[in-house]
Write a protein that binds this ligand. Structure first.
Ligand SMILES: Nc1ncnc2c1ncn2[C@@H]1O[C@H](COP(=O)(O)OP(=O)(O)OP(=O)(O)O)[C@@H](O)[C@H]1O
Length: 315
């Protein structure tokens, strides 16, 4: 188990992490989410032992995670940390980069493992290409394969798919996260992308200005966001006055798919903008009090069309 207890950290006296605590069971997948600059990367670096904490403690089972003041070479050997820069060796091949930390003693096993990893990140055709000739997305895939080559106990990933195009991203995520689950590797991923946190994480840590706002399952965080900050991490949101929609609750946070356009007996609104999104349309409509709201719709609407809205929430 990874146990993080009341940790705080500052860069040059500027407080960045503020009294964070959470526990992660072996094999769990944690997504760390929050607006840019809230401290996600700094948290991963602290967890890896790259910095000395101002306060608090971190343990992996009985081993305390300590910073550079206690280690000649910072970083814990049972963990792998994949930073946003990939740090590949440019003049050796893709296969050699992936096998860099694998033992040369068992040559056949090493080649087999490299083959498996190349397959997983869909880089087999590039096995013999020098790393310096790869695109950013290809480098990121090789760096991912290298990070898990020796099966760490804990894997820390900072925006691991940021350079990978959407054709490959989803498949790659499924390949990687399934592999980590099967191998019982604990995985902590800093991400901006709800497609990465909601489907794969066991728990989501929501951070704001270095503090933990919540640490809960994706369903709980998404369905019952404690505040507009949390809800807005998953896309457009509406903050409605419940009374405008026949509810008693005063302030209601809802997503565009929870507002439905109905034929009649709804809250009147006028369409202002309409955007095609592939599977549906995002309609921006104005209520009679002037508030603009986001509504998901199967049909397109023209500007100035009069519509009626129904709010579907638990309240
Ligand atoms: N080496 C550093 N020295 C001083 N301040 C830093 C350093 N690295 C980061 N910071 C500051 O610490 C804060 C947190 O940065 P961090 O990179 O951890 O955020 P983040 O949530 O990962 O952001 P992003 O999502 O944009 O990657 C920011 O205000 C940043 O400017």
């Amino acid at each position: 188990m990874l146990n993080v207890a009341n940790i705080s950290f500052s860069y040059n006296e500027k407080p960045i992490l503020k009294n964070l605590s959470f526990n992660v069971q072996q094999g769990e997948h944690i997504a760390v989410v929050g607006e840019s600059g809230c401290g996600k990367s700094t948290l991963l670096k602290c967890l890896y032992g790259l910095f000395d904490l101002d306060a608090g403690e971190m343990f992996y089972n009985e081993t305390q995670i300590l910073g550079p003041a206690y280690h000649l070479v910072p970083g814990m050997d049972f963990m792998k940390y994949l930073a946003q820069d990939f740090d590949l060796m440019p003049f050796i091949t893709v296969a050699e980069n992936i096998g860099k930390y694998l033992s040369n003693f068992y040559k056949e096993e090493k080649q087999q493992r490299i083959k498996e990893l190349l397959d997983m990140v869909e880089m087999t055709p590039y096995a013999n290409v020098k790393a310096k000739l790869l695109s950013g997305g290809q480098m990121q895939r090789v760096a991912l394969a290298r990070a898990i080559a020796r099966e760490p106990k804990v894997l820390l990933l900072d925006e691991p798919f940021s350079h990978i195009d959407s054709f490959q991203k989803n498949r790659l995520r499924r390949n990687l996260f399934q592999h980590l689950k099967q191998a019982n590797i604990t995985c902590i991923v800093a991400t901006h992308d709800k497609e990465e946190s909601l489907p794969f994480a066991d728990k989501i840590l929501v951070m704001k200005a270095g503090e933990a706002l919540s640490f809960s399952t994706p369903k709980e965080v998404y369905n019952n966001p404690k505040n507009t900050y949390t809800a807005a991490l998953f896309g457009d949101i509406n903050v409605l006055n419940g009374k405008d929609f026949g509810k008693t609750e005063k302030e209601i946070i809802c997503y565009p798919h929870q507002l439905h356009i109905v034929p009649e007996n709804g809250t009147p609104a006028m369409v202002k903008e309409c955007y095609y999104r592939g599977a549906d349309y995002l309609v921006i409509a104005e209520l009679q009090n002037g508030q603009r709201v986001f509504v998901e719709s199967k049909e397109p609407y023209t500007t100035d069309a009069n519509i009626a809205l129904n709010l579907l929430t638990k309240q």
